[in-house]
Design a protein around this ligand. Structure first.
Ligand SMILES: Nc1ncnc2c1ncn2[C@@H]1O[C@H](COP(=O)(O)OP(=O)(O)OP(=O)(O)O)[C@@H](O)[C@H]1O
Length: 512
């Protein structure tokens, strides 16, 4: 139960970039012992608020911040958040994969030079005690690269808790679950509950996942266009009242039934065929994709489903197999992205920051890259195309000259998807297409994909978001141990059927 003891109190917070005020007189109170959700559409100002707490942004004059009842002068000085008992875990987790777990726990102190002599034996014991306290079984000596995504997130969170020690006030989790498989989030939230259990600290949890927020938070504050829509007790909210607060209107297409009747593609000739695909985690998988069809690939982490798309595009080398596309049969051990693009196959990777874009270029430059093709082009024509694309994909702000890396995460994703969909592709390969995307943008992305499919393209979506698969797909292939163990169609395309199948309760071929 949340205690009514406010540990962090922000009043009248505004932030202006140039002519754009992105936080408008926002207030936020977090209580000791509570998990407090911070929600809002992409670009609504969540990260900006967090960056003010982190001392990264200076707020406009007039804001005030109290920690445990004491006034804190703004701006927070760089690194000053630690003295305030605040710690942050961002999406990228900031772990060094080549170092061990215990080295990662101490890397900050080593780099800062505050602990010149470290007894690693003692540190391992301390790490074990930390993990035991939170019921986590992770080997402190294991390299971080050998951990699952869930274990990595747990290490990053417990490192943040450990760094604050007894003085901890607020742990800020900025979408830490966005790259996690579903089964990992329960474990993560058990740890989050334990962190607030002694009633000393609070957790501020940023997420776009409404189910997660409704299940795991005590209260939520919603931002819309930089203004607060109030703080609400989670138990007084439903998914649809929360959507109304976030988007400012009801969203019919968030309902899976809005996808329309499931279509049957059995008699349609395939436009692409994957045969005998072998990768480090995939063992002889084959499937067809027909024009207009959306095929989903899913499974638990390590089942192989997330290894298929990079192999089809040549982004990660396959050990064997073939892709038949149009008249061509291409070896998947040799395919390169250039081969794939030449056959109008495009790939949108899950990690848009690392693989998908050039963050230092403008939105216009990013979205028009695939149109250049080595030719001389008229910059004004490209700017026009970029503006039309931003309009179509609802990229905010609508300024093609904005630096791509300064867009909010969800707006980067919309721009990236639009960039490839405008090339009129034949085969669209998408990994987690709505990761980090708000409910409104998600509906827009679903519409864009449906339009692309109805234009005759085939779409393959690899995702661990069962609801997304149930809304988008005509057929879902469930992976286990590198093989397809179930094919779900028709009435079996519900979120619950997909989830049951992935969790091994329906391990037979299910046909509607
Ligand atoms: N450094 C910056 N310079 C200019 N504008 C910025 C800067 N940082 C953020 N913005 C703008 O501020 C607005 C709020 O962005 P912010 O990243 O806070 O949104 P968000 O709610 O965290 O979105 P998301 O859910 O997509 O992560 C956006 O319009 C963004 O383009």
């Amino acid at each position: 139960m949340p205690s009514p003891d406010p540990i962090v109190n922000i009043v009248g917070l505004s932030k202006t970039f140039g002519a754009n005020t992105v936080l408008k007189d926002v207030g936020l109170t977090v209580h000791a012992g509570e998990v407090h959700g911070l929600l809002g559409e992409n670009g609504s100002g969540k990260s900006t608020l967090i960056k003010v707490l982190a001392g990264f942004h200076e707020p406009d004059p007039g804001a005030s911040l109290e920690i445990r009842g004491g006034d804190v002068p703004l701006p927070v000085p760089a690194g000053g958040f630690r003295d305030l008992g605040i710690s942050f875990v961002h999406q990228d987790l900031a772990l060094v994969p080549d170092l061990s777990v215990v080295e990662n726990l101490r890397v900050g102190q080593v780099v800062a030079g505050s602990r010149p002599l470290i007894s690693w034996r003692k540190e391992k014991r301390t790490a074990r005690a930390l993990f035991d306290r939170f019921g986590v079984t992770i080997d402190p000596e294991a390299p971080v690269s050998a951990l699952s995504e869930t274990e990595r997130a747990l290490v990053a969170i417990l490192r943040a808790v450990d760094e604050l020690g007894e003085s901890r006030t607020l742990l800020v989790l900025d979408e830490p679950t966005v790259f996690l498989p579903r089964e990992g989030t329960d474990l993560l939230f058990a740890v989050v509950r334990e962190i607030v259990a002694d009633g000393r600290a609070g957790v501020l949890f940023v997420s776009h996942d409404l189910d997660e927020v409704l299940e795991h938070t005590d209260r939520v504050t919603v931002l819309r266009d930089g203004a607060s829509q109030g703080t609400h007790r989670t138990r007084d909210l439903t998914a649809s009242s929360l959507i109304d607060l976030i988007v400012g209107r009801s969203l019919a297409s968030a309902d899976p039934r809005a996808a329309g009747p499931v279509r049957n593609f059995e008699d349609v000739a395939p436009l692409a065929r994957v045969s005998a695909l072998e990768t480090a985690t995939v063992d002889g998988v084959g499937f067809d994709v027909r024009p207009g069809e959306v095929v989903g690939l899913t499974g638990i982490a390590g089942s192989g489903y997330d290894d298929v798309l990079p192999a089809l595009y040549g982004a990660r080398a396959a050990l064997g197999g073939h892709l038949t596309i149009g008249e061509d049969i291409v070896s998947l051990a040799a395919i390169t992205p250039i081969d794939a693009l030449a056959r109008k196959a495009v790939y949108v990777p899950p990690d848009r920051k690392v693989e998908g874009s050039a963050p230092e270029l403008t939105v216009a430059e990013n979205v028009t890259l695939p149109l250049l093709g080595g030719r001389l082009v008229d910059p004004r024509a490209l700017a026009g195309k970029a503006a039309a694309l931003a309009d179509r994909c609802d990229v905010r702000p609508r300024d093609p000259r904005a630096v791509y890396g300064a867009l909010s995460g969800g707006n980067q994703q919309k721009a990236l998807l639009g960039k490839w969909l405008q090339t009129d592709p034949t085969l669209v390969l998408l990994a987690e297409p709505t990761q980090g995307v708000d409910v409104g943008a998600r509906a827009r992305i679903f519409e864009m994909l449906r339009e692309t499919a109805s234009g005759g393209a085939g779409i393959v979506v690899a995702s661990s978001d069962y609801e997304q698969l149930s809304v988008l797909c005509d057929r879902v292939l469930v992976f286990s141990h590198g093989q397809v163990v179930a094919e779900l169609t028709g009435d079996h395309l519900s979120k619950h059927h997909i989830s049951d199948s992935v969790l091994g309760m329906t391990r037979q071929e299910v046909k509607a």
